[in-house]
Design a binder for this molecule. Sequence first.
Ligand code: LMR
Length: 394
Amino acid sequence: MLSHLTDQPADKILELMKLYRDDPRPQKIDLGVGVYKDADGKTPIFRAIKAAEKKLWEQEETKSYVGLIGDPAYRDALAGLILGDAVPSDKIAGAATPGGTGAVRQCFELARMANPDVRVWVSDPTWPNHLSILKFMGLPTQSYRYFDSETRAVDFDGMMADLAEAQPGDLVLLHGCCHNPTGANLNMSQWQAVVDLLLKTGATPMIDIAYQGFGDGLDADAAGTRLVASSVPELLIAASCSKNFGIYRERAGLALAISQEAARRDTHEGALAFLNRQNFSFPPDHGTRLVTLVLTDPDLRADWASELEDIRLGMLKLREQLAAELQAASGSDRFGFVAEHRGMFSRLGTTPEMVERLREDHAIYMVGDSRMNIAGLNAHTVPVLAKAIVDTGI
Ligand code: LMR
């Protein structure tokens, strides 16, 4: 039986991690996978997470099963972080999942369970794993224009024109903030226009929010999601704690199903619990418990938010420095978008060949679609990257 298996396509982002690791050149710069790194190239554990781990070690008395949706306190705490008071809690169903990817998968599963013919609208471009999961599940996709490769901003007219074709029963996948891979994001009046369009077409939105706190701040990054959540009849949310709590390997995610009809809540949560049971039974607990401890303890929460804010401001500074260095090196303003983009990523907007030359000639690693992880830079490597970009003729 197993002899029928064929080699699967390698995940481009994860493959790049390996290529980087194997590169012996000491000056190499990793702008690949979406993992935050400080100026020394380390991915630190947040102070508040360390403190929560200590607390947990002292307090936890059992490792027995929790429940299929995980600890409800985690659902409430993380839903609160994302949604603020935009939606009353009796309208929010949720289940913990193995990481943000698990949440994405479970939201797609839920949509398919509700509508076996669901068609999923995805931004062009989107996180490649969205497409890979959808393909694997056999769900039809439809892309909508999103990125203007000239201005490197959102092609909002194109997006609206394409999404006007969405139908009731379709799922429209949006990025809550810090769009991956482009770094180009909707402003609030654009979010409002998207909401109006969703209401007009009757399509159901799903928001993937994996970088809250990395763009314009914890509340600002959730503002679009909150607007959608308070305006449309139904919304799915896939959330990740990997980046903003720095607990990548703990796999803490959350799938939420929001319905304005509070009477539907228990059915939706039951469906999420059922899907967890079919796929892995109980979601991982350790990371979710750390998040809950941090979010429900005022001191830990304040410390976490302040460390996250330092990280955010550090990345903004790198963006500004890079835009200025590129301006100086190229003598043009064509790279100004780097300072406008938000989140971990910016799409440079060049060809895979140029990206390969950056890797071969300069040991600079970015994803083939020219997505760079800004957090992979520091004050010393920014000028190196700027020079390499201009020398390569980008
Ligand atoms: C990324 O986009 O680099 C991250 O979300 C990591 C991943 O799993 O791809």
